[in-house]
Design a protein around this ligand. Structure first.
Ligand code: E4P
Length: 217
């Protein structure tokens, strides 16, 4: 499973990238707001660090304007994936931009039917939002599994990019469900390293090591 980082925080991206943990990046208007940066400038900087797909989201609501915005965002770097919402206009935009050879990430997906439409419109990535479905007491992970089954049934090439990932447990569940990619905030990726038994074991090793009176260096 590929790892995308869901942030526009350049320092956080660089830190994870140095560890080989970054196969791509996703941003959205809320994350651009949080960064306090200009969308073009920060996206360009991210693309200078990360060679994999970097999603930059359009903000227009009509397909004509979305297409124009998408072309402008795609001109930032060759690894831009234009992110469009799963609306009818977003699907039209997906069809046009993917036809022009651009990567397109169709976002705000909450159903199998939406995922089917995105695949037929030529999406490179479909982004089902796991956490936001859980927020309203639906099963976000079930959607990942259902889309996996349908895409496999018909050999759709669109990659399932599990989004709105809120915990380390979500990450392992996505991997088990067969998501091609997951995107998570840096703190969630770091939380994957934590285990209470690792902490407990290390504590015991340190105590026993101190009793040996030895040094390695
Ligand atoms: C995905 O592309 C979105 O940017 C993101 O995963 C949304 O996550 P949230 O629901 O935690 O805001």
């Amino acid at each position: 499973m590929k790892f995308f980082v869901d942030t526009a925080d350049v320092a956080a991206i660089a830190e994870l990238n140095d560890l080989g943990m970054v196969d791509g990046v996703t941003t959205n208007p809320s994350l651009i707001l949080k960064s306090g940066r200009d969308i073009i400038e920060v996206t360009k900087e991210i693309c200078s660090i990360v060679s994999g797909p970097v999603s930059a989201e359009v903000v227009a609501l009509t397909s004509d304007e979305m297409i124009a915005e998408g072309r402008k965002l795609a001109a930032i770097a060759p690894n831009i994936a234009v992110k469009v919402p799963l609306t009818w206009d977003g699907l039209k935009t997906c069809k046009v931009l993917s036809g022009e050879g651009f990567m397109v990430n169709v976002t705000l997906c909450f159903s199998v039917n939406q995922a089917i439409l995105a695949a037929k419109a030529g999406a490179t990535f479909i982004s089902p939002f796991v956490g936001r479905l859980d927020d309203i007491n639906l099963d976000g992970m079930e959607l990942i599994g259902d889309i996996r089954q349908v895409y496999d049934n018909y050999a759709f090439k669109t990659q399932i990019l599990a989004a709105s990932i809120r915990s380390a447990n979500h990450v392992s569940q996505c991997a088990l469900m067969g998501a091609d990619v997951m995107t998570a905030p840096p703190n969630v990726i770091k939380a994957m390293a934590s285990h209470v038994l690792t902490d407990k074991g290390l504590d015991q090793f340190m105590k026993d090591w101190a009793k040996t009176g030895q040094k390695i260096l």
